[in-house]
Write a protein that binds this ligand. Sequence first.
Ligand code: UDP
Length: 466
Amino acid sequence: MVSSPHAIVIPYPAQGHVIPLLEVAHALADRGFAVTFVNTEFNHARVAAADAGMQDGGRIQFVAVPDGMAPGEDRNQVVRLTILMEEFMAPKVEELVLASRDSGAASGMITCMVTDYNVGSWALEVAQRTGIRSAAVWPASAAVMATLLSFNKLIEDKIIDAEDGSALGDKPFQLNPDMPLMHSAHLAWNCVGDHDQQTALFRILNEGVRAIQVCDFVICNSFQEAEPAALSLFPNVLPVGPLLTGERSGKAVGHFWKPEDEECMSWLDAQPARSVVYVAFGSFTMFDRRQFEELALGLELSGKRFLWVVRPDILQGGAVHTYPDGFLDRVCAAGGQGKLVTWSPQQRVLAHPAVACFVSHCGWNSTMEGVRNGVPFLAWPYFADQFVNQLYISDVWKVGLKAVADESGVITKEHIAGRVEELMGNADMRERVEAMKKAAHESIQEGGSSYGNFDTFAEHMLNVIF
Ligand code: UDP
């Protein structure tokens, strides 16, 4: 039987995954694929409420399936969510693939699967069972992918424990002489929740390594010039990034919160060139009250203009955040030094000429977006892969400074203000990040390495195998 190409695209149900997977979906649609994009019901409702671009004139068909969690459950429990997804989503996805074989299906039968590595191995197993081509998308860095693909070596070298992936001492290691020295305590699975969660995540990631051996392609959200050493270790992992959805559509798509476009952009328009500190910690990061207040005071103390994204759920334990005494009146009144928003159109913000630097949690999307727009970083990681990303920002690319906690574990207001000052006056850093911006831009243009890799991947997925 012959069919036109039709990809089913499955993101892990988190903000930093839906955005780049949606970009992959659009890039496939540009190349003639019909695309079915599978969100969890929970996220589908959030995106619809944020009015953030899931309706795009029928180019992509959006489908919502249950994730297995109860309505009010905490979906930041990454491990529990991942386990439930296998039970609840796998049968639904298989049903979608099989149902598409009915001749009456609107967009024809599904011919390939493009799945986020992080959803778990079940998706690639569904592809195998149903006999369609499959590709895994690693939406993070090639360096972190390399740590997963080096599990056996890390175990043999006694860097991590074979059973639970935990650190065996604090011996630094290098996967390749041109990669930075890493510490086992900073490996992604060791930076999530408690020991049980870390063990469970290590096993899920390990399963994933086995599963990708049987898929047709692995692509990642990086570019050749950013990570040549990590990419040289595993040449089968093709970099196709940076995957920036806003760049393609000119608008924010796939957002879980409604971006305050007008608020942000008109405020930025009124600021001088390269005068604003942009502060945003992605979709997961949470602070304790002390650190949150210290950040507020540090921004004030810097004396710089700032645009700060404060999500409603930014404080740990569901607490409601409050600002230091008088902060809002002193700093954020009309015409003041600072502007607060609950969610920004980040890619547009970073591209704005008023933005001078980025205080960031080093989520990989934020890292790629900062680089793509030539903005230096104050690198302040929170969990998972963000510690390795921080190493790249500060030690490998040298396009940012590390935020360092004092002995009590707090990043103080004096430190924040000092680092921002240092960052804004550093011409060498600015020059290096501008060079990366150019390289990132070129890689995704026709003729560039990421563009070519995407073509290779898409052509391969075009070939229907049954
Ligand atoms: N983001 C945004 N507005 C904000 C904060 C974040 O649009 O106010 C987007 C950001 O551009 C990125 C994603 O949310 O695409 C966050 O992904 P990242 O990998 O940086 O962090 P995560 O949320 O996964 O920790």
